[in-house]
Write a protein that binds this ligand. Structure first.
Ligand SMILES: [Zn+2]
Ligand SMILES: [Zn+2]
Length: 315
């Protein structure tokens, strides 16, 4: 018999882990540059103010960008396998040409040949009720052929830009994982090695995600932001006190106004955070430290704290 069958969840979890590895490496391409030239995470200003250096830097970044592209391909491949696996893990063995033997023995699933990457979109669209679009298949095919060139020739044969990879990364996430919460996934599927080293006092995964959040917001286009978070990019964002508390470690130095991850509902009295998913009641009155007027009123430790600047109101 075949042992250690994969599940949809196990494949998806690995796919998401690899996706956010790629994402984190991609963000580093911008933030390392911004930290060097502007000593901040303000990637937009750094790229605008140092155009010649940015061009030179991108030449040096090609190897990293190729690796990021390959990671994205690997992630999407596993996510497509997860969709097939949801119907039955045995469908992944359709082309395995397995040797059948009369003597009983167990075979580990990982030793068997699963569907080829090239056949996965077809397998998903034939075998599952969650088909992928033609547009997705075109992007996937390009990504796959580039990965093959990198694997076999050591280079992609094209010059890549971080901008192009970000457009691709967002569109792939939306196509492959519709309905999932991107920022919650970014937190849950952060680098486990780094997470192991975070003590929650000096550094934390929330800190890492909130550090990069302002850069992510500025780099995403309006339509991408809407697709990932269901909100207009231009809408005001408020601090989620719980998420900021987790991120505001001793070494964090968070720029608080940029860390907003929560949105007011239509009534203007309830906030929902796109990172932790929590909703909390607010009261509308003027803050004593900033022009904000959205104040925590959820019956917890944060009552009386401003959702704009984070400060507690003076009595
Ligand atoms: Zn939150
Ligand atoms: Zn305030």
């Amino acid at each position: 018999m075949i042992t250690n069958l994969p599940t949809r969840e196990s494949l998806n979890n690995v796919a998401l882990r690899i996706y956010f590895r790629a994402w984190s490496d991609l963000l580093d391409v911008w933030t390392d540059f911004a930290l060097m030239f502007e000593q901040t995470f303000d990637v937009g200003t750094a790229v605008k103010d140092w155009p010649t250096e940015w061009e030179d830097y991108l030449v040096a970044a090609q190897t990293d960008l190729q690796s990021i592209s390959s990671l994205l391909q690997q992630s999407v491949e596993l996510a497509l396998k997860a969709r097939v696996c949801a119907v039955s893990p045995y469908l992944l063995l359709l082309d395995s040409a397995m040797n059948l033997s009369a003597s009983p023995k167990s075979i580990d699933f990982s030793e068997l040949r699963t569907l080829d990457a090239v056949d996965l979109p077809g397998a998903v669209n034939t075998l599952t009720d969650q088909p992928v679009s033609d547009e997705f298949i075109t992007a996937y095919t390009q990504l796959r052929s580039r990965r093959n060139k990198i694997t076999h020739l050591g280079e992609a044969g094209v010059t890549m830009t971080p901008d192009e990879l970000m457009r691709l990364a967002v569109s792939l996430y939306v196509a492959v994982w519709p309905g999932r919460q991107w920022l919650a996934d970014r937190l849950d599927f952060a680098d486990p090695r780094a997470a192991w080293l975070h003590d929650g006092k000096y550094t934390s995964t929330h800190m890492v995600v909130l550090h990069e959040w302002p850069a992510v917001v500025s780099l995403l286009k309006k339509g991408e932001f809407k697709a990932l978070f269901g909100q207009e990019k231009s809408r005001r964002r408020y601090l989620c006190h719980d998420c900021v508390y987790e991120g505001d470690t001793r070494y964090a130095g968070l720029e608080k106004p940029g860390c907003g991850t929560a949105y007011l509902d239509e009534s203007g009295t309830v906030l929902t955070c796109v990172m932790c998913g929590q909703t909390s009641k607010v009261e509308r009155r003027k803050c004593t430290s900033c022009p904000g007027d959205v104040i925590a009123d959820n019956g917890d430790d944060w009552v009386g704290h401003c959702h704009t600047c984070g400060e507690e109101l003076n009595a």
